[in-house]
Each structure stands twice: as C-alpha cells, then as structure tokens.
Design a protein around this ligand. Structure first.
Ligand code: NAD
Length: 483
C-alpha cells in the first residue's frame, strides 16, 4: 500500500528542505525523501550545501583566514603572537561540528513542522507515484502525492582524462577532507570552487597552488573590471592562475600526481601532491524518473521547467541545481518556496534578475544584476559609480582596503541595474544592492539613504553618490563613468 501525502519533495538540500518546510507551514501533509549518507554512514539532511559544499568550505575559509591573520596581520595591530601552529585535525573537527549542528538543525525543523523524512533513493513513476529504495533496508516504499517537487541537486563533473584517485586526485568534496596541507596543489578549473578551495589550502601553508583554467578569460561571467581586479589580487597573493590551459594526461605515481597540459606557450608537465578537479557540476537526474513517468529533460540533463518551475508533468515541480539558472543554494531555496506557495494556491514568483553571486575568497567578490559588458552589448545607456575601499574609514580601521564597490544605473531612469564589489564583507554588502533592486530602487534612492558611520556599507552609499558625480570622500570625477 502506498503512503499518501499532499506533497512529496525529492531531495533534502537547500531547495528541497526549504520547499518541504514551506509546504508544511502552508498546512500541506509533506514528506521529503533524501538518500544522503554522511562520512559516518548516517542519513543526513542538507544535501551538498550543508554536508560537502557551502557550509564546510566556509568553515575552513574562516579558520584559514584567522590563521593568516594570526601569522601576518596581528603584528600590524600591535598584537604580538609567537609559536603559531596549525592543528589541522582540530580545524577539521570544528568544521564537522558546524556541519553536524546544522544538519541536525534541519532534522529538528522537520520534526517541529511535521515534515516526514523518508530516507532512501526515490524514483518518480507515472501518475504521481514515487518508489523509494529505503536506506539500510531491502524493501521498496511506495508513496503517492497530490503534488511533487523534484530537488535532486547536482554532482561534480568528472574529467575522463583525470579520474579521481583516493585522496590524491579529488573533487570538491575530497578537497575539504585533506588531513595534511599539500605542498604543491593543482586545481583544474579556476571557477568559484577552484578559487575558494585554492585560497583555503594556500592560506594553510601550501607552497604553490596552481589553477589550470581552460578558458582564456578569468571569471568570464563576472563584470570585467571586477574580474581584472580579482585576478590581480589573487596573483599577488601567490595563486598561479594559468588561463587557456587544457589538461591532456594525468597519472598518479606513488603519492604524486603528474599532469600534462597545453596552453598558448606549448606543452607543459607539472607535478602535484594533490589535485582537485573543479570543472563544474551536472544535474542529478540520471534515474530520477522512470521512463513511463515521461519527465522531460533538456539536452544537458537538466529538468525542463517553465518560469514557475513547473515541469512538463501537471502537478510536478522541479527546483534548484537540476533546473536552468545558476547553481546557487539561495536560488534553489527561493524556487522551493515558490513551488510550495503555488501548490497551496498562492500567487508566487522568483525574481531571477536579483540573484546575488558571491565568491568567498579574501577579498570577497559579490555581484547582482547586469555587468557593464552586458549593458554595452545590449546598447543600454548607463552610468557607473565606483568607490574604492581605500577611501573608507572603516576599511582603513580594519586594515582591509583592497577593492571597490561599483553601482550601475540606467542613464535615463536612474534605476539600479547592477552592483559589483570586491573587498571586505562584500557577501553581506551585496544584500543592500539586492534589496534596492528588488524594490525597483534608483541610485538616487540609495544616495538619499542614511548609512551608519563608520561602516563598510557607506561605500555603497558613496558609489551611488558617485553615479551623479557627488561622492564626498573621493576627488571629483574619480568615481563617475558615463557610458
Ligand atoms: P564553475 O563553473 O564556477 O567553474 C569551473 C571552471 O572550470 C570554469 O571556469 C571552466 O571553464 C573550467 N573548466 C571546465 N573544464 C575544464 C578543463 N577540462 N580544464 C580546465 N578548466 C576547465 O564550477 P565550480 O567551481 O566547479 O562550481 C560548481 C557550481 O557550484 C557552480 O555553479 C558554482 O556557482 C557553485 N558554487 C557556488 C559557490 C558560491 O556561491 N560561493 C561555491 C561553490 C560552488
């Protein structure tokens, strides 16, 4: 006999678990099926983000940043410390505690909201039926739902020429588990994961971190000025970023990785102690639906959905990494909320024009909306206002003065079209621009807003003032660019 639910969510990551909680809040009898088993062989919720993605990587980024500060920056504040040592096992144990607390937190939230957690691998069948191969059991559990939300997430793409090997050639999950700091670290892919994980291991003492990137442009999806500044800063920090580089062969000899790659300068060989493959992710849609279910996928394996995340099957929604758009936890969560609200009969939508992107390096990189190059290509008249953190009192007091805030506004209407920033706490600062854009705000709206002093957020204010040539803390004309 099948268990009946109003909604069954497949996937317990940030898209799925948020969808399940919102469904329960709306009074729907909801189950969430997830197959994740953690390194301690325990079923856990939270998916990639909580278990092997955003949360553990941010834990290590924070710890490694403190290690760098203790080594190189505290002396400048007149704080003398000596005998600084890295205890990587304590750092890793802290990371695991952070992850455990958060995944258990979701379990508690499920209990508090009355969401049924079904542990196992789900497959969508025809007629809104779902079969679950239950974790640790040989039995299949049958579920039937009024509505279904598919949130299966994504997995690292593997390269045929670079097979993963134990703890030597690893993907992004393995790169969070190193038990010693590699002396020479190679990373294939200078994208978000490559940069974040490269930063962690460089700060913890790797002598050389080399990023081999196939494309000729660094961070091609980011604003050109932002990407240029980021490349300059990371190179100065010691990251060896090799653009236009294609790996042709990889062999593991003992504990060393030997890599052959080609770029504009010809053929090269390199040896590493560890190699991370970070070349993007693919949707987890293989085997998600039985053929008879008739779920439509696109040519890249993403689930085909409309603006409201409805698939080709009535009553079946799909959200998160497995559908079009950026693979970002917050984008998936908002889609999950939208699907839940639509199922409950509410009006709901996601504003895809205001999805923030953040790269958690130091300095942090963040943006929302249109880039300058996209506005130019679209023939849109815009004004740009730039404010450097070097002119911010708070950034000076922090000793963190690299980078800038840039705002872009429509030249005719003054409506905010984009924000691009690199510098201290930009992951937080970007929210100001997101809110302004979400509310349809203009550069003048931000210019007329009062910001606390001294705060990094004043840089957003000054960038808005600069759009109209009236920034106070930079020389006239320095922050304004008319297209
Ligand atoms: P990515 O797409 O950001 O970067 C992958 C890079 O690898 C690209 O620059 C690509 O050109 C390069 N590449 C691909 N094949 C290659 C090859 N054969 N040789 C050399 N380079 C090659 O993907 P990612 O860094 O793996 O991250 C995966 C996803 O996870 C992304 O969508 C990302 O947005 C998301 N993510 C987000 C965050 C965050 O929001 N801070 C953090 C981690 C991951």
């Amino acid at each position: 006999m099948a268990d009946q639910f109003d909604v069954v969510v497949i996937g317990g990551g940030p898209a799925g678990y948020v969808a399940a909680i919102r469904c329960a809040q709306l009074g729907l009898n909801t189950a969430c099926v997830d197959q994740w088993i953690n390194t301690r062989s325990k079923p856990v919720l939270g998916g990639t983000c909580l278990n092997v993605g955003c949360i553990p990587s941010k834990s290590l980024l924070e710890s490694s940043e403190r290690f760098t500060q203790a080594q190189h920056e505290l002396a400048d504040h007149g704080i003398k410390v000596s005998g600084i040592k890295l205890d990587l096992s304590v750092m890793q144990a802290r990371k695991e505690r952070v992850v455990q607390d958060l995944t258990q937190g979701i379990e508690q939230l499920f209990k508090a909201n009355g969401v049924t957690w079904v542990q196992g691998r789900a497959q969508l069948q025809a007629g809104k039926q779902i079969t679950v191969r239950q974790t640790g059991k040989k039995t299949i559990r049958n579920l039937v739902a009024g509505h279904i939300i598919l949130a299966p997430g994504s997995s690292p793409i593997q390269l045929g020429s670079v097979p993963l090997q134990g703890d030597t050639v690893v993907d992004s999950s393995g790169a969070l588990e190193f038990r010693e700091v590699p002396k020479r670290l190679g990373i294939i892919g200078a994208g978000v994961i490559g940069l974040e994980l490269g930063s962690v291991w460089q700060r913890l003492g790797a002598e050389k971190v080399t990023l081999l990137e196939a494309q000729d442009t660094f961070l091609p999806f980011a604003d050109e000025q932002l990407a240029k500044d980021a490349q300059r800063i990371f190179t100065k920090q010691g990251l060896d970023i090799q653009l236009g580089s294609r790996v042709t062969a990889c062999t593991v000899k003992g504990k060393k990785v030997e890599l052959s790659y080609q770029n504009g300068d010809g053929e090269h060989q390199a040896q590493f102690d560890k190699l991370i493959v970070a070349v993007g992710r693919h949707a987890n849609t293989h085997g998600l639906a039985a053929d008879e279910a008739g779920l439509l996928l696109d040519e890249w394996g993403f689930i085909h959905v409309d603006e409201q995340c409805l698939t080709n099957l009535p009553g079946v929604y799909a959200v998160g990494d497995a559908v079009r758009g950026p693979m970002l936890a917050h984008k998936g969560s908002e889609e999950g909320v939208m699907a839940a609200e639509l199922i409950a009969g509410h009006v709901a939508h996601v504003n895809y024009d205001t999805v923030p992107s953040v790269i958690y390096t130091h300095p942090e990189i963040a943006w929302v909306g249109e880039t300058e190059q996209a506005l130019r290509a679209g023939g849109i008249d815009y004004r740009s206002g730039v404010f450097p953190f070097a002119a911010s009192g708070r950034a000076r007091a922090l000793g963190d003065t690299g980078g800038f805030v840039k705002l872009l506004a429509d030249a005719k209407t003054d409506r905010l079209l984009g924000a691009h920033m690199i510098g201290p706490q930009c992951s937080e600062l970007i929210a100001e621009a997101v809110i302004a854009m979400q509310l349809g705000g203009s550069a003048e709206d931000i210019a007329l807003t009062m910001f606390a002093h001294p705060a990094l957020s004043e840089s957003v204010h000054e960038a808005a003032l600069a759009i109209h040539g009236r920034a106070i803390h930079i020389a006239p004309g320095k922050g304004t660019l008319l297209n």
